[in-house]
Each structure stands twice: as structure tokens, then as C-alpha cells.
Design a protein around this ligand. Structure first.
Ligand code: ADP
Length: 573
């Protein structure tokens, strides 16, 4: 549960500071009022000479300065609290996202996630930078003022006692409405961001299929919904300040009327006291009004915190890791025992997977499209958590080991590896956890067979490639991924073989690179080429999320499904 209150309580030091500052700020407001009343009373009614009030004027100046100073300190403390909380929240969200990279990317849109990470977290800001400081000011200062008013002139105190409670009561009523509306607004905002990014990334597809007009319409609709939700929140905010303004004006008017009647008609109230009341009453209601608007922002922040929490609940529970050491450089024995994995509650599932992969073995996974080969590769890589059964590495549950040592030994070459926006060199260097020299990168590029392509580019390894690796073909992207593997020298290689036919040259390079890598590693390939399948030490045939049979090529030739698949391959070749 993401309780903003709990987070605030963790910053005890700052809360105490806020209380102290608020007290002194209240004291300077009172001092200011007393000095004002004394000076005006002395100069205009008692005819005190100007020279006698210079010390009072100096005091007034001092008090005004103190009031400004404490207000500044209150604001600063609030911002300090907010930035600490926001930093913590963002780090937490980022950690959650990155711990569950693949799992969470299954759900939702990236734009939506960015919106939660940036906008919703920013919304939480005002809880700490505005709401909490105002709560301190709006409770401590009015109480101080109220005590003084009661002490000086009881009837004004009584009027305040009757009218003031309306403000908090009204606020409580309005607060709940705001919370819901503001949650809705953030949802709309996230939906809008998500839709926008999604459309941007799929622009080519949309254009090709003539859907861009429809998508434009949807973005328009999404943005209008966001506008309406924003307007709703603003409407409540304006209504809110109108009512607060109204109640406080009415109360101040009442106090002024009472003071005037006492001074002019009954003449039983001194100018000094009456004037003091007229200075203090607006200060009192101003603070209460500020509490009202702070309450509004506070509830908005709580709404935002709920949105963040929902987002966190939507991501998978991360794979947890232990502290045991694992030798990254020696291939481990991998055993899956009754292992299962399921996408979501009712999605596709892998069931009862039993297999043993010995060090340096060359394993091929085959099966029809959609049989679960890629999913099994993800599970083997440790990107998806098992939902049933066990995965043992060298006889121990995998989650006993340190995360970085497991991943330090694994290279996963997917069908379309992700390239970050940056240079080719930077993208290859991703493969190493240590800093790499240009020589090492060039060497890896050479081994991966990308060097020739790079040489043909004007900027060579410094050529910038865009987001999603614009400007490189699928085969080239895979070769960059292989170059990463050459830097990393993994002990386990997971390879999703290209389904599309590569040209002979590229195919030979890929084969040679993998052969070299496999000398020091176990290789598990989702295989499409007969060549790969025939050379494998072990072939696993998948259907509907299960391994239906396993063996060598010779052994499997008696298997009907396998034979059919192979003959299709041969027909294609
Ligand atoms: P293969 O690699 O054998 O073609 P996959 O492992 O990619 O098969 O997919 C197996 C099944 O899992 C498919 O039916 C697919 O719809 C489903 N699937 C794949 N990825 C996801 C995902 N991210 N969320 C839910 N279902 C998925």
C-alpha cells in the first residue's frame, strides 16, 4: 500500500521543523498585528510623537522580516520533503519496471508507463510541498490567533467559533469528490500518452493499412476525454474556492459589524482592541482558506498515489534472486522439473516441462508457430518466473543465485534484438559489464561478421542508429547481438533463429560466429533450419506448450509430427 501519510511520517525531522516554523510564523503574525494596532492607536488617537514610536516601527520591520523568513523556510522544507519522496518513488518504479522488464512490458503501453513515472509522481509532489506545510500552518497559526482573539475580545471569538467549522466540514465533503475526479484525470492522461506513443511507433503499419485516419480520430477522442477530466477537476477547485471565499467574507463581515456596533453605538470597545480584531480576523480565515485549497491538492495527490499503486500491482511479481555464487564462465547443468509458466490468469501456458541440459550441449527446440518455443526460451533465460515446478542450476534452485551472476553468463539473441539509440559501438559495448576499449569492440564486431557492414558506413562504429535500431536489417541487428555475446563470452547462449531465409553469406557468418561461441558454452536454439536441427545433440519437439518428445535427429525420424516437420523443411530448402 502506497500510503502518503506513512511516507511523510518517515521524515520526522522535517515534520518537527515544519511545526516549529509554523509556530514562529504564527507568532510573527500576532506580533505584527499587535505592533500595528499599537502604532496606529498611538499616532492617530493618543497623539504620541513620532520619535516615541521609532522602536515600535523597527520592531514591526523585524516582525515582517521574521514572517517572510519563516514562510520561506516552511516552503523550502516542503519542497525538500517532496523531492526526497519523488526521488524514492521514481527509483522504486524504475527498479520495479527494470526487474520485470519483459513481464511488465507484456502489459499495457509504454507511453502509459512513462506517464505514470513522470506525471503521477509529479502529482504526488504537492502532497509534500503544499499540503503538509499548509496543514501545519493552518492548524497551528489559527489556533494561536484564536487564543489571542478570545483573550482580547470574547464576542469575536464566539463568531469565529460558530462560523469557522463550516470550512473544514465543507472541505471534507469536497475532498472525496476531488480524489475520485483526480484519479480519473490521471487515468485519462495515461491512456492518452499510451495511445499517442503506440500510434507513433506503429505509424508505418497504420499508414500501410489505411488506418491512420481512424487512429487520428481515436487520439482526438482520447485527448478530449483528458480535457474533460481536467475541466472537471478545475471545476471542483473553483467551486471550492468560491465557497471558501464566501464563508470567510461573510464571517469577517460579521466580525466587522460586531466591532463597529460595539465601538460606535455601545462605545464599550476601545479602538485598539477593535482594530486588532479587524487585523486578526482576516489572517485567521486566510489560513483556513489556504487549508481548503491545500486539501484539494492533497486529495489530488492521494488520487495520484493510488494510480501509481495500481500500476505497481499490474506488473508481475519480479523473479527474486539469492546470494549464492555461480561461475559465469562454466556452463551449468540446467534441469527443468515439472516446470510451468502461464501468461496472466488465462493466457497461453507451458505445462509439465521436464528436461536436462548438460554443459556444452547443443539443444534445438522445434515446433509449430505458437507452440511456445520462444516462451520456453524466456523461461530458460530467467526473464519469466515459473508458475509451477522447479528450475535447477547445478542441482540448486536458480533463485538461490545472484541475479547478476546468472545473467552475467547468459546471452540471449532474439529474433530482433533491441538496439538503443546511440552509436553502433555503444550498442555492442552493452554486452560487457566492464568498460570496453575500441579494440575490443572492433574485435567483437569482426568475430560477429558485422565489421564489413560497419566499414561501409561513413562514420564506422560511430554511426548513430536510432531508437528501435532504425537503419539496420534484422540480420545486422542479430549480428550486433552476437558481437555483444563475443564481448560477454557467455556460458549459456539462447538463440532464436531467424525464421526468414537469410542470404547464404549472412547465414554462413551467423553459423561460424555461433560455432565459435558454442565452443565454450551451452547453446539452446529455437531452430528453423534443418541444418541446425540435424547437428543438435538433442532436439525437443514442442506442441501446445508441452514437450511431446525429445531425442536426436535419427531417433526422432520415427516420430510422425517430427517427420512431417522435417519434410516440410526439406521441401522448403
Ligand atoms: P513460438 O515461439 O513457438 O511461435 P511463442 O512462445 O511465441 O510461440 O507463443 C506461444 C503462445 O503464447 C502464443 O499462442 C502466443 O499467443 C502466446 N504469447 C506469446 N507472448 C505472449 C504475451 N506476451 N502475452 C500473452 N500471450 C503471449
Amino acid at each position: 500500500m502506497l500510503k502518503l501519510k506513512e511516507m511523510a511520517k518517515k521524515q520526522k525531522g522535517n515534520l518537527i521543523l515544519l511545526g516549529v516554523y509554523a509556530f514562529f510564523s504564527g507568532a510573527s503574525i500576532l506580533g505584527q498585528a499587535y505592533l500595528f494596532a499599537t502604532i496606529i492607536d498611538g499616532v492617530f488617537l493618543k497623539g504620541v510623537p513620532f520619535s516615541d514610536i521609532t522602536t515600535l516601527l523597527a520592531g514591526l520591520l523585524f516582525v515582517l522580516f521574521a514572517r517572510t523568513l519563516f514562510n520561506y523556510l516552511i516552503g523550502k522544507t516542503g519542497i525538500k520533503m517532496a523531492s526526497r519522496v519523488k526521488r524514492g518513488l521514481r527509483q522504486f518504479l524504475l527498479r520495479t519496471y527494470s526487474n520485470t522488464t519483459l513481464q511488465s512490458s507484456i502489459h499495457g503501453q509504454s507511453g502509459q508507463k512513462v506517464s505514470v513515472l513522470l506525471d503521477a509522481v509529479d502529482k504526488v509532489d504537492s502532497y509534500f510541498s503544499k499540503y503538509i506545510p499548509k496543514i501545519f500552518q493552518a492548524t497551528i497559526i489559527p489556533v494561536l490567533i484564536f487564543i489571542v482573539i478570545f483573550f482580547e475580545h470574547v464576542p469575536t471569538g464566539v463568531i469565529i467559533l460558530i462560523t469557522a467549522p463550516f470550512i473544514p466540514i465543507y472541505m471534507v465533503v469536497i475532498g472525496f469528490k476531488t480524489k475520485d475526479k483526480s484519479e480519473e484525470q490521471l487515468h485519462k492522461m495515461a491512456a492518452f500518452s499510451g495511445k499517442f506513443l503506440d500510434t507513433l511507433q506503429g505509424l508505418t503499419t497504420l499508414k500501410l493499412f489505411g488506418h491512420s485516419q481512424k487512429q487520428k480520430e481515436e487520439i482526438r477522442k482520447s485527448s478530449l476525454e483528458f480535457r474533460d477530466a481536467t475541466m472537471d477537476v478545475l471545476k471542483i477547485a473553483f467551486q471550492n474556492s468560491l465557497i471558501l471565499e464566501f464563508v470567510s467574507m461573510l464571517s469577517i463581515g460579521l466580525i466587522a459589524l460586531e466591532v463597529a456596533i460595539r465601538m460606535i453605538i455601545f462605545q464599550d470597545l476601545s479602538f485598539y482592541t477593535g482594530f486588532l480584531m479587524l487585523i486578526l480576523a482576516p489572517e485567521f480565515y486566510n489560513k483556513l482558506k489556504e487549508l481548503g485549497s491545500a486539501f484539494h491538492t492533497g486529495k489530488g495527490s492521494i488520487g495520484a498515489a493510488n494510480v501509481i499503486e495500481e500500476e505497481l500491482e499490474n506488473t508481475f511479481a519480479p523473479v527474486t534472486w539469492g546470494e549464492e555464487h555461480l561461475d559465469e564462465k562454466t556452463p551449468p547443468t540446467i534441469v527443468l522439473s515439472k516446470a510451468g509458466f502461464r501468461y496472466g490468469d488465462a493466457g497461453f501456458s507451458l505445462t509439465n516441462i521436464n528436461l536436462v541440459i548438460h554443459p556444452y550441449e547443443n539443444v534445438a527446440i522445434v515446433g509449430k508457430t505458437g507452440s511456445g518455443k520462444t516462451t520456453l526460451l524466456h523461461v530458460l533465460a530467467g526473464l519469466f518466473p515459473l508458475t509451477a515446478g522447479k528450475i535447477l542450476i547445478n542441482g540448486n534452485p536458480r533463485d538461490m543465485y545472484k541475479e547478476e551472476e546468472w545473467f552475467g553468463g547468459v546471452s540471449y539473441i532474439s529474433q530482433s534484438p533491441y538496439l538503443f539509440s546511440g552509436t553502433i559501438a555503444e550498442n555492442i559495448a552493452v554486452g560487457s559489464r566492464h568498460s570496453t576499449t575500441m579494440e575490443e569492440i572492433e574485435h567483437a564486431g569482426e568475430k560477429a561478421g558485422i565489421a564489413e557492414v560497419v566499414r561501409s558506413l561513413a562514420d564506422g562504429y560511430d554511426t548513430k542508429i536510432g531508437e528501435v535500431g532504425r537503419g539496420l536489417s534484422g540480420g545486422e541487428k542479430q549480428r550486433i547481438a552476437i558481437a555483444r555475446a563475443f564481448l560477454k563470452r557467455p556460458s549459456v547462449i539462447l538463440f532464436d533463429e531467424p525464421t526468414t531465409g537469410l542470404d547464404l553469406y549472412t547465414e554462413r557468418i551467423l553459423q561460424e560466429s555461433l560455432d565459435e561461441l558454442s565452443r565454450n558454452a551451452t547453446v539452446i536454439t529455437v531452430a528453423h533450419r534443418l541444418h541446425t536441427i540435424q547437428r543438435a545433440d538433442k532436439i525437443m519437439v514442442m506442441e501446445d506448450g508441452k514437450i511431446i518428445t525429445a531425442g536426436t535427429h535419427q531417433e526422432l525420424l520415427n516420430h510422425a509430427l517430427y517427420k512431417r516437420m522435417v519434410s516440410v523443411q526439406q521441401g522448403g530448402a
